[in-house]
Design a protein around this ligand. Structure first.
Ligand SMILES: [Zn+2]
Length: 389
């Protein structure tokens, strides 16, 4: 049994943002939530959005303070800016970070207290918000997080070293714009991190105990697109055809998260980047993926599915689950990420047991989606093996 609920209008295709002025938007005054830094101005996305809003005479305030791993204090400030400027909807413009942040800001613009009051894990107070979030529009400029198709946002609480998802049905975007033209300026390194993040959303959902006909279909299709087009999109960022396929794979990643569940690889990574906020999420996943999937393959679970995934990645002559690891290694190498190490982000071997303990204690819900339940010792083992990769 499964249910599908994604109440979002998706506009997909090159040039989609230029059509925004012809669409009905969910309010009259937007808070545009975007990243720190100048890339969103330089690549023209912010200017294009402003132009589209002005055509419809929709007012806006720009809040461009979002970090790579959005922080709770920034969310609270963003919500205050939304209230002060009487914004009646929120637009997340950029990659996963601003889109995730836009959801949390939309929630806190209409609810009192602190964001962590509505966090359901760790030190969160686990309260139900009294009010729905402001309507959310997501405009994705990267192909990675699938945030445009799900109802959750990852937020860092630096005071408590926690990084948790804030979620709820009112956090689904009402409209998502997926325009590959906005993605051509993403540098090769980030295209690689984001593309591999999308790959892991798809593979985890496919292998998890919560997989179903619908998200298996989305997952395999998404993995096939990544197998064919990720390297092309990295080697030539202007290859719009490759960008289009990667954008589609990424949105499929959002679909599988909304209709199924991720596995504990994401828990293991989120704790790592909660302790080391400079570590990009995609990089963290690349660091641990081999030890992680290798452990499940060693346990002999999901044999047919690993073979199917290897085939979807383009390895046709496959008959062993281990071929998935070979295909993964090959892809990571072609993406130029075979050389990255935990030490590059100052992660120390002696802190791995503590990080594993934290993951196991406070971020354990995804563990129940794994084909077999991992022990805390196995989490330490995954981190340790990954440290020495
Ligand atoms: Zn992810």
């Amino acid at each position: 049994m499964f249910s599908i609920y994604i109440p979002t209008e998706f506009i997909f295709g090159s040039g989609a943002l230029k059509q925004l002025s012809q669409l009905k938007l969910p309010g009259k005054k937007a808070l545009i939530v975007t990243s720190k830094g100048k890339s969103i101005i330089k690549n023209g996305a912010l200017g294009l959005l402003q132009e589209q809003l002005e055509k419809q005479e929709i007012g806006y305030t720009v809040f461009n303070e979002i970090e790579a791993n959005p922080e709770k204090t920034t969310i609270m400030r963003g919500a205050e800016v939304a209230r002060e400027n009487s914004c009646d909807f929120v637009i997340g413009l950029g990659g996963g970070s601003p889109m995730d942040a836009s959801k949390a800001i939309a929630l806190m613009a209409t609810n009192s207290g602190d964001l962590w009051d509505y966090c359901m894990r760790g030190t969160g107070k686990k309260l139900q918000p009294a009010n729905k979030a402001l309507p959310i529009v997501c405009i994705t400029t990267t192909a990675g997080t699938g945030s445009e198709a799900d109802a959750s946002g990852m937020i860092n609480n630096v005071q408590t070293n926690e990084k948790f998802g804030i979620s709820g049905p009112s956090l689904f975007p009402t409209l998502s714009v997926i325009d590959p033209e906005l993605m051509v300026s993403v540098p090769p390194l980030y295209s690689a991190y984001q593309g591999l993040d999308a790959l892991f959303h798809l593979t985890e959902a496919y292998l998890s105990t919560k997989a179903n006909f619908f998200n298996e279909m989305c997952a395999i299709t998404g993995v096939e697109h990544i197998g064919k087009y990720l390297v092309r999109s990295i080697k030539n960022g202007n290859d719009l055809e490759a960008r289009e396929h990667m954008a589609f794979a990424n949105t499929m990643g959002g679909f599988v998260m909304s209709t199924g569940k991720l596995m504990s690889q994401h828990s293991l990574e989120h704790t790592l980047s909660a302790f080391h906020p400079d570590l990009p999420h995609g990089a963290g996943l690349v660091l641990i993926c081999r030890a992680y999937f290798g452990l499940f393959i060693k346990k002999g679970v999901r044999k047919e599915k690993f073979i199917r995934l290897a085939k979807a990645l383009g390895k046709q002559d496959t008959s062993q689950p281990e071929d998935f690891l070979t295909a993964l290694d090959g892809l990571i190498k072609e993406c130029g990420l075979d050389h990255i190490r935990m030490a590059d982000w100052n992660i120390k071997e002696e802190e791995l047991a503590r990080i594993a303990c934290e993951t196991y204690k406070n971020f354990n819900d995804l563990f129940y989606n794994d084909p077999v339940l991992l022990t805390e010792e196995e989490c330490v083992q995954i981190y340790q093996e990954s440290f020495n990769r």
